[in-house]
Design a protein around this ligand. Structure first.
Ligand SMILES: [Zn+2]
Length: 359
């Protein structure tokens, strides 16, 4: 066992000095498949993936081998130190016994898609991305220029933990990207990074447009921005009705246009479960809901509930059978006037929710 291991290592011009002779593992490589034979003859196989970050000793073993293949991550858990690698007149790596293994795991070759970064308050940005099956969590990074140095600003544990709120100063522009991570023992294995999304200064944001000097902090302060707008709605029988909603004064025209368009395509809006302004916190985070800012309309909420990712397809939301569920035509109408739809969010689905600020 040891002789073969030493032979391989010597062939690479690396001198292995084992502290315990029986501890040396044998590594063989065929194409991109790596097999490690442990000292108890247990065989562990996997494929070499250059895009992952390895801990030092795995890299020392593998860097001389063919660098092809994919679909696999290398997982290394530190155990008992059994040796070191002497290379180019210095110690380059530390070897650990029985703690190196390679696991086929296609999931982490997927990259999350970063969807948006929007101001959620006068001092915070909300960032959303898509899930990668198999990820144990996500790391969010920010830079002040697209190609500059990125530093981690959030770590989200859990495969469906897809939104982060990060602090920001109003004059700053932030470039964001996210990557997956998996934990193995004391090691963290990172996946590749997502696309980059930029979030401009507060003044150039939609929230900044509505509140140039920052969002109000009380119901009384907010009411100065609101006007009651009477809007046309298609009734249950298809006739013409109206609904009156408090709306931010800067959004009266787009909201009127959207309701007119919904009326013209025959989409029925129920007054009993449609609303806008409500000074309150978010249902899922301790932040002020954007319903507090007069820039959100909830439409027919009984037919368009707020659901978790695991409840998708199991709720009352069904635009193909329920005429009160928001369909793609309705979504397109609101998007035309600058609104976003809660049904497009990644970390949950708020089907009723049309929001100017994407929060
Ligand atoms: Zn809502």
């Amino acid at each position: 066992m040891l002789k073969k291991g030493v032979a391989i290592i010597l062939a690479l011009s690396i001198i292995l000095i084992p502290i315990k002779a029986e501890a040396a593992n044998r590594v063989s490589v065929s194409g991109s498949t790596v097999t490690i034979t442990m000292s108890n003859n247990q065989k562990l196989t996997g494929k070499y993936v250059p895009s992952y970050r390895y801990i030092k000793w795995a890299k020392a073993y593998l860097r001389e081998y063919p660098r092809t293949g994919n679909n696999v991550k290398v997982v290394v858990t530190r155990g008992t130190q059994v040796g070191r690698i002497w290379n180019n007149s210095k110690w380059t790596a530390v070897l650990y016994q029985k703690k190196c293994y390679f696991i086929e795991n296609a999931a982490l070759t997927q990259v999350p898609s970063l969807k948006c970064a929007d101001w959620v308050s006068g001092s915070q940005i909300s960032v959303r991305w898509t899930a990668v099956p198999g990820a144990e969590g996500y790391c969010l990074y920010r830079s002040r220029s697209k190609t500059g140095k990125y530093t981690r600003v959030a770590t989200n544990k859990g495969v469906n933990n897809l939104r982060a709120i990060v602090s920001e100063s109003r004059g700053s522009v932030g470039y964001y990207k996210v990557c997956t991570y998996n934990i193995s023992g004391s090691e963290t294995i990172y996946g590749r990074s997502s696309n980059i999304v930029v979030c401009d200064t507060y003044a150039k944001s939609k929230l900044g447009y509505l509140f140039p000097s920052g969002p109000p902090t009380s119901d009384a302060a907010m009411r100065k921005y609101l006007v009651n707008v009477t809007l046309p709605v298609r009734t249950a029988t298809g006739g013409k009705g109206t609904i009156t909603l408090p709306i931010h004064k800067k959004l009266v025209n787009p909201v009127k246009s959207a309701f007119n368009d919904m009326y013209n395509i025959g989409f029925k809006v129920r007054k009993a479960d449609t609303g806008s302004y409500n000074w309150r916190k978010m249902t899922t985070l301790p932040l002020q809901s954007h319903h507090s800012y007069g820039c959100v309309i909830d439409i027919n909420w009984k037919a368009n509930p707020l659901v978790t990712l695991s409840q998708i397809g199991k709720s009352a939301y069904n635009p193909s059978t329920n005429p009160y569920s928001i369909n793609q035509k309705v979504v397109n109408i609101w998007k035309k006037y600058g609104f976003s739809w809660g049904g497009d969010w990644t970390e949950k689905k708020d089907y009723m929710h049309m929001t100017y600020t994407n929060n």
